[in-house]
Design a protein around this ligand. Structure first.
Ligand code: SF4
Length: 216
């Protein structure tokens, strides 16, 4: 039996590293990355994260595995309209569920329109994101679109730690906030309040690597 054609939503290069590695090791998938992130603060940040994603795939291709890249284009107005009224939600709250759904729905629709067998997302590798919430959104979208959802929990088997290792290995830009202007605002507030250093939180620091969700 041939490999399944998988459309993998990617939030960023660093998170994609360990997820792609695991999917390629599985051997059952032909993987295409769908870069769909209308949530990102501004065009420069979007372009920077996108170029790092592409650079990782190019580095990977030098070692053998070919993973194609599809850009869903930057469309921030849709994101801002969808999360209107949820600006003060904390990371992990209602705004994030809307954000997950927007990106995953677009991925599943693209998969349905372009002959992919299944879809999934790199979002579940992050200790800052709740697997059950993401999985339930993915399953609902799958029922609606008819495209299989893999529902991978990429935090398992030390996935996040591996993503940090691989991003360091490839020298990838590792952002200190999730992506939207509200998460940047919150990161800046946190930095301003942390020991007066003004230093941004390191989302890849040991505390994050050992948070309960990573270990779950
Ligand atoms: S914090 Fe992250 S997941 Fe939540 S709305 Fe902002 S970009 Fe989306």
């Amino acid at each position: 039996m041939g490999k399944k054609k998988l459309l993998l939503h990617s939030c960023c290069g660093p998170c994609s590293t360990a997820v792609i590695e695991r999917l390629l090791e599985d051997g059952g998938y032909s993987v295409s990355v769908f870069y769909c992130n209308p949530n990102i603060t501004d065009p420069e940040e979007y372009a920077h994260r996108k170029s790092e994603q592409i650079r990782f795939l190019e580095e990977l291709a030098k070692l053998g595995p070919e993973v194609s890249f599809i850009d869903a284009d930057y469309d921030p107005e849709r994101f801002l309209a969808a999360v209107k009224g949820l600006e003060e939600e904390p990371e992990g709250g209602a705004r994030c569920s809307v954000c997950f759904e927007m990106r995953m729905r677009r991925t599943a629709q693209y998969a349905a329109d372009h002959g992919f067998d299944c879809f999934d997302t790199t979002l579940t590798v992050s200790p800052y994101k709740n697997y059950d919430v993401i999985s339930s959104i993915g399953r609902r979208i799958s029922e609606e679109t008819g495209v299989e959802y893999l529902s991978g929990n990429y935090k398992k088997k030390d996935g996040y730690r591996r993503s940090v290792e691989l991003s360091r290995k490839y020298g990838l830009y590792r952002q200190h906030f999730c992506g939207c202007a509200f998460s940047l605002r919150d990161a800046q507030r946190k930095a301003a309040g942390s020991a007066g250093t003004g230093a941004p939180e390191d989302r890849n620091a040991p505390a994050a690597l050992t948070s309960p969700e990573v270990l779950a």
